[in-house]
Design a protein around this ligand. Structure first.
Ligand SMILES: Cc1cc2nc3c(=O)[nH]c(=O)nc-3n(C[C@H](O)[C@H](O)[C@H](O)COP(=O)(O)OP(=O)(O)OC[C@H]3O[C@@H](n4cnc5c(N)ncnc54)[C@H](O)[C@@H]3O)c2cc1C
Length: 381
């Protein structure tokens, strides 16, 4: 569906989970909204459906400078998971949300020591986390292989099915009358007396008084055109999924020191990821799988949960994650009236609808209900 821009109050650029939800919440708030997306594979149409809450060891190791920011944003994660549950009810949809807890497993005493320190800090910040020994794991997670000696469990973690979520969110947007322009890149942005001029690669010129950039890894060049610096990095990642099998993995599983996420969908398929790299190739910057990532990721998965070994991997895919500084970039830029950013932070699908609600409330002139100082887009100036 597409439509005329003359009566549009807000243009949202970026149709991932965040931009879509911002558009929906603004439409519910009485604004006429246009949502534009260029159709590239971003995070939301590639993501693995983990509802992350505890700090991910992968991000702590890759970006140690971001750990203070990650800790400050941590209290938002359990809220974001509860928001997904409420959102599922509101939309009357089945997102296949399961909150069975998430394990971060250890194979050495050093890894256990790291998890103990991490758990203590997370408890201070309000998370429900506990340390488990091997006897606990034998009872609760017998699928774990003999190399695992203990784990941290975070009771707020879980999983959902992003294919179902994305489809339901799209139906919600259409029902709300959000004008969708898809497969159309925004190529130029400028300020005018009445707001913003938005030009697209198809030659359209659109106008609105309010502009929300929910463009994830595509944000930096667009923000620059409006004189704002947002250092958003693209992180292409690899995913695998197995054929279906009997239910065996109830938790979200991660590792204290190695790149792995494991979970089993309601379909019985096991989704294996955890941050193995993919490539970006071609003139359309397409994320593309790597054989070495496929092999290493699957080998590690069968080491952690040996019953995976006989299962066939039936599909692999790649997508683009976005990394800034470990915190969301959410809210207005006072020097450019009407401009707002909506980038969720690490584990951005988990944070997506909640982050979108925060930004939508600000646009609508409502109290977002959180102190937004940490997330201001002006912090990189
Ligand atoms: C393989 C993979 C697995 C992941 N698994 C999980 C997980 O299990 N749990 C979790 O919480 N998070 C996960 N993530 C991260 C999560 O998916 C992202 O953080 C989240 O989806 C970000 O949502 P978004 O709406 O901000 O961005 P995106 O979903 O990336 O959407 C941004 C959109 O903006 C569009 N865009 C950009 N520039 C322009 C432009 N100039 N014109 C028009 N459109 C533009 C892009 O094409 C894209 O569609 C994963 C990411 C990847 C890559």
């Amino acid at each position: 569906m597409s439509g005329a821009a003359s009566d549009i109050d807000v243009i949202v650029v970026g149709g991932g989970v965040v931009g879509s939800c911002v558009a929906g919440f603004l439409a519910e708030g009485g604004r006429s909204v246009m949502l534009i997306d260029d159709g590239r594979i971003g995070g939301s149409n590639a993501n693995a459906g983990s509802l992350h809450v505890q700090m991910q060891s992968r991000f702590m190791q890759l970006y140690p400078q971001n750990v203070p920011g990650m800790q400050r944003q941590l209290p938002l994660y359990p809220k974001a998971v509860r928001f997904w549950q409420a959102f599922e009810n509101k939309l009357g949809a089945d997102f296949e949300i399961r909150k069975n807890g998430g394990l971060m497993v250890a194979e050495t005493e050093d890894q256990l020591a790291f998890l103990r320190i991490k758990a203590a800090r997370e408890r201070e910040l309000g998370l429900e986390v506990e340390m488990l020994d091997r006897a606990d794991l034998d009872r609760m997670a017998p699928y774990l292989g003999p190399a695992v000696i203990g784990a941290e469990i975070c009771l707020d973690e879980g999983k959902l099915n992003p294919l179902k979520c994305n489809a339901a969110i799209r139906r919600w947007l259409i029902g709300l009358g959000v004008v969708l322009r898809e497969g159309e890149a925004v190529s130029a942005l400028s300020q005018e007396s009445s707001g913003f001029r938005v030009e697209t690669a198809r030659g359209a010129t659109l106008r609105a008084g309010t502009l929300v950039l929910a463009t994830a890894a595509g944000t930096t060049p667009l923000a620059t055109q409006l004189g704002v610096h947002i250092p958003a990095r693209a992180e292409p990642l690899h995913m695998n999924i197995t054929e279906a099998t009997a239910p065996m993995i109830g938790h979200l599983v991660q590792h204290a020191d190695r790149m792995i996420t494991l979970k089993q969908f309601s379909s019985g398929q096991i989704v294996i990821g955890g941050g193995w790299p993919a490539d970006i190739v071609g003139d359309r910057d397409h994320p593309t799988v790597r054989l070495d990532s496929l092999i290493a990721n699957a080998t590690l998965a069968r080491h952690i949960a040996p019953q995976i070994a006989p299962l066939r991997i039936i599909r692999t895919w790649a997508g683009v994650n976005t990394s800034v500084d470990g915190k969301g970039v959410l809210g207005p830029v006072p020097s450019v009236p009407g401009l707002h950013f909506a980038i969720p932070g690490d584990a951005g699908y988990t944070l997506g609808p909640f982050s979108a609600q925060l930004v939508a409330n600000i646009v609508l002139g409502r109290d977002p209900g959180e102190d937004m100082t940490d997330y201001t887009p002006t912090r990189f100036a």
